[in-house]
Design a protein. Sequence first.
Length: 399
Amino acid sequence: MGKMKKEQLKKKKAFSFLLILLLCIILVFAPNTKALELVISNNGTGSVSEVSVQTQNAITVEQVNEGEVDNNVSTSSNTGENLLSANTGSNVTVTTGDSHQDINIENSLNQLLMDSNCCSSEKEANISGNGNDSTNTINLSQSDRETFSLVQTAIINNSIEGVANTGDNTANSNTSGDVSIQTGDISVAGQIINGPVNTANVYLKGSTGWSAKISQNGDGSTNTILSQFNNDTEIYTRSLAEIENFVVWNLNTGRNLANSNTSGELNIKTGDISLEFFIRNLANIARVEIDCCGIFNPGDDDEQNGGDFDGEEGLPVGGGEENQRGESGDGSVSESQSSGSILPSAAATEAGGPGIVGLSDTSSGAAQTLFFWVGLLMIAFGGRMVVNEIFPHLPKGKK
C-alpha cells in the first residue's frame, strides 16, 4: 500500500509539472496585444473575412457655481461741532483737524477652469497580405458624445455709507478780541472691484480617430473599409450676475456760526473736501476651445496591392497603387498616397505608455524575442523535472 501511495504521489507531481509546461508553451506563443487594432491578414485564396466594430463614448459634465456676497460698510468721523460763545476777553480761535478715510472692497467668485484631454491612442484598421480573389471588409462605426453644462450665478450687494464732518462750529456773542474759525480738510478715497465674476475657461480635446490601410493583397481581391464617425460636442453656458453698488457720503466742512460778536475781526475759513471713488464690475466671461485630435494616417513607405479594389462609397479602384481611405462622419473622403508600418500600440512609448518590454510592450520584436527564449528555458527546465519525477531510477546522462 505504501508503494502505491508513493506512485500516486509521483503521478500527481508529474501532472502538476505538465500543467506548468503547458502554461509556458502558451506564454511563448501568446498573441500580441495592442490598444485597439483591427487586422485582416494572411488569409487564403477565395476567403471571405469581415470585421465589424462599433464604439460609443459618452461624457457628461455638469458644473454649478453659486455665490452671494453682501458687504455693508458704515463710517463716521467728526472733528467739528465745536462751541465757543460769550467770551469777554482776548481772541477766540477755532481750528479743527483733518478727516481722511480710505475704503476698499474687492469681490472675486465663481471661477471655472476645465481641461479635458480625452485623446486616446490611435486605432488602426489594416487589410494586408491576403490571397487572390479574397473578399475582406472592415466596418467601423465610432460615436463620441460630450455634453458640458456650466451654470454660474453670482449676487453681489455692496453698500457704503459714510459721514465726515469738520464743520458745524459756533463762536457767538464774543465781546472782545478777534474771532477766527478754520475747519480741517476732508479726504475720502476708495474703490469697489467686482470681478472676475462668473468666468469659465473650457478646453476640450476630442478622441483620436482611426488609421485605415489597405496594402499588399493578392490579384483580384476585393477589400473594403467602411467608416462612419460621429462626434457631437454640446456645451451649454449660462452666467447670471446681479451686482448692486450703493455709495453714500455726507461730507461737511461748513455750517459754521459766528454771530453777535461786538469787537475785533471775524475770520471763517472752511477746509477742502476731496472725494475719489472707483467702481469696476467684470463679470460673465467665458472662453471655450475645442481641439479635435483628427484622423491619423500611416507612414511614408509605398506599398503595392496586387488586385482591384471595391469602388463602393468613394473607394478608389485600380491595381498596382497604394490606396488609403478615411471617411468622416459628414460623408467626406480623404485619400492619401502614403503608407507605412503599423501604428504603435497604446503601450508603446510613442503612444504615451511606459514602453516596458514584456510588460506594457507585448507586440514589438524585442518583446516577442524575450518571450520566446524565456519560454524555451522554462520548457527545458520543466521537462527535465518531469523526467526526473517519472523515472527517478535512471542514471544521470542516460535519461
